[in-house]
Design a protein around this ligand. Structure first.
Ligand code: HEC
Length: 136
């Protein structure tokens, strides 16, 4: 019993020890997001934050993505794949109160950046919701 506990604890520690500051997007090899000091982000991730604001996702998911009418995206993005995220946002889940943003170019044209920003928040690498663009 004890052995099992230590084994799973070790597995957990390995999974959280993965450096999250520059998580790479496996398809392109490019970092999904880059963050310094918890809130200074690369231009694409900054665009993701602007998209989040422009689409007012916060009115249902909360200003810190922790959930209100809609669920916590900090938790949700630990489970959803990038593709599942995109499908959910673009098509919505109309029967469950999640609107579709596929017709909104401010969202559809920046869906990858939006994902990068929210994934950085969910990973705990971006430590506050309001980010700033890092200096070069
Ligand atoms: C009018 C309220 C509302 C707005 C605005 C809204 N959502 Fe949602 N969203 C919801 C609800 C409610 C759900 C839960 C749907 C369900 O039960 O499956 C949800 C679900 C989601 C999910 C799936 C979470 C999971 O764990 O499966 C994602 C991702 C998401 N929303 C992202 C966004 C993004 C990004 C925006 C802004 C572009 C946004 N939402 C705007 C209400 C909203």
């Amino acid at each position: 019993m004890k052995g099992v506990f230590y084994f799973s604890l070790a597995a957990l520690m390995v999974s959280v020890a993965v450096p999250a500051t520059a998580l790479s997007d496996s398809s392109s090899g490019k970092a999904l997001y880059t963050v310094k000091d918890g809130y200074k982000v690369d231009p694409d991730t900054m665009q993701g934050f602007r998209t989040w604001r422009a689409a007012a996702c916060d009115r249902c998911h909360g200003p810190n993505q922790e959930g209100m009418v809609g669920p916590s995206l900090l938790e949700g993005l630990k489970v959803l794949s990038a593709e599942e995220f995109k499908t959910t946002v673009l098509a919505g889940r109309l029967d469950k109160g999640m609107p579709s943003f596929g017709e909104n170019p401010r969202v559809s044209e920046h869906i990858d950046q939006l994902y990068a920003y929210l994934k950085g928040r969910s990973d705990g690498a971006i430590t506050r919701a309001k980010v700033e663009q890092m200096e070069k």
